[in-house]
Design a protein. Structure first.
Length: 265
């Protein structure tokens, strides 16, 4: 089992879209995939078509802070992830707004930052666990990254992407103190608009400078209409637009991810 957290503290860089779509492609090729939504925005949950009420008990909360009994007392003896839902051939631990409580409550737990890492390591039967953190440097992100074996960094080919790189690298180094061996396995280039000179130049800077740190994927092109329509329909891009260029680009990045991980596509 390989645990991958898609980390970039910057907002809106396509973390959630990339988890959804790469998770789908891995599952479709016969791998057993679990997605964990660690963002109170719950975009991953919603964009996979889960529109019923999600209880806090269905989220990663009980694995991190313990399950509550009917009296509201917390039993932290059994720190397990709840049974997942099935979505598009993947398993999903959904999120909802109240997982934001974790940010505050985990601070009073000794070595609390390790709690998701420990819970994920008790899982059996998965080839890949993909974790989607929120856009922040708070406790939810720390839990998510410390749970990982490797970090995937979604990176838009623009000013925002370039500006965030130093912090991403610095934070992965910090998180490594709690997760030995943690490192960046792949930079996934996202939201690339090759028609603009700004994006082409940013792309060139990234591909010139970052390979010293980790491999860089081929770019996922900017396609606003596809991405927003797929979200409304609750579908990964390869389900929404099978055979499209967007689909082919995602499959190519999935192959590059597997190559970077050292497994055969
Ligand atoms: N290739 C793309 N082309 C066009 N729009 C995209 C692309 N990838 C992502 N988007 C859009 O960019 C926005 C941000 O994407 P997404 O929510 O996946 O990023 P995020 O990093 O998870 O954001 P947050 O930090 O809020 O969690 C979304 O509206 C999404 O539809
Ligand atoms: Mg997100």
């Amino acid at each position: 089992m390989v645990v991958l957290t898609f980390f970039n503290h910057a907002g809106g860089v396509a973390k959630t879209s990339t988890v959804r779509d790469l998770g789908y492609v891995l599952a479709e090729s016969g791998r057993r995939v679990l997605l964990i939504d660690m963002d109170p925005q719950a975009n991953l949950t919603k964009w996979l078509g889960v529109d019923d009420d999600v209880d806090l008990a269905d989220t990663a909360y009980p694995a991190v802070l313990g399950a509550m009994d009917s009296e509201g007392d917390v039993d932290d003896a059994e720190m397990l992830l709840p049974p997942p839902r099935q979505v598009h051939g993947m398993d999903l631990i959904p999120a909802q707004l109240n997982i934001a409580i974790i940010e505050r409550e985990i601070l009073s737990v000794f070595m609390g930052v390790l709690r998701l890492r420990e819970a994920v390591r008790r899982l059996q039967g998965y080839d890949y666990v993909l974790i989607d953190p929120p856009p922040s440097l708070g406790q939810l992100s720390a839990l998510a990254v410390v749970a990982a074996d490797r970090v995937v960094v979604p990176l838009p080919t623009n000013r925002k992407g370039l500006d965030g790189i130093q912090t991403v690298i610095k934070m992965v180094r910090e998180y490594r103190k709690a997760a030995p061996g943690l490192g960046i396995v792949l930079f996934v280039l996202t939201q690339h608009d090759r028609r603009t000179r700004h994006d082409r130049e940013s792309h060139d800077i990234i591909t010139a400078q970052l390979p010293a740190l980790a491999p860089i994927s081929s770019p996922l092109s900017s396609r606003p209409a596809y991405y927003s329509d797929a979200q409304v329909k609750g579908m990964p891009i390869p389900v929404y637009a099978p055979g499209s260029e967007a689909d082919q680009e995602i499959r190519q990045v999935a192959r590059e991810l597997l190559a970077a991980l050292g497994s055969r596509s």
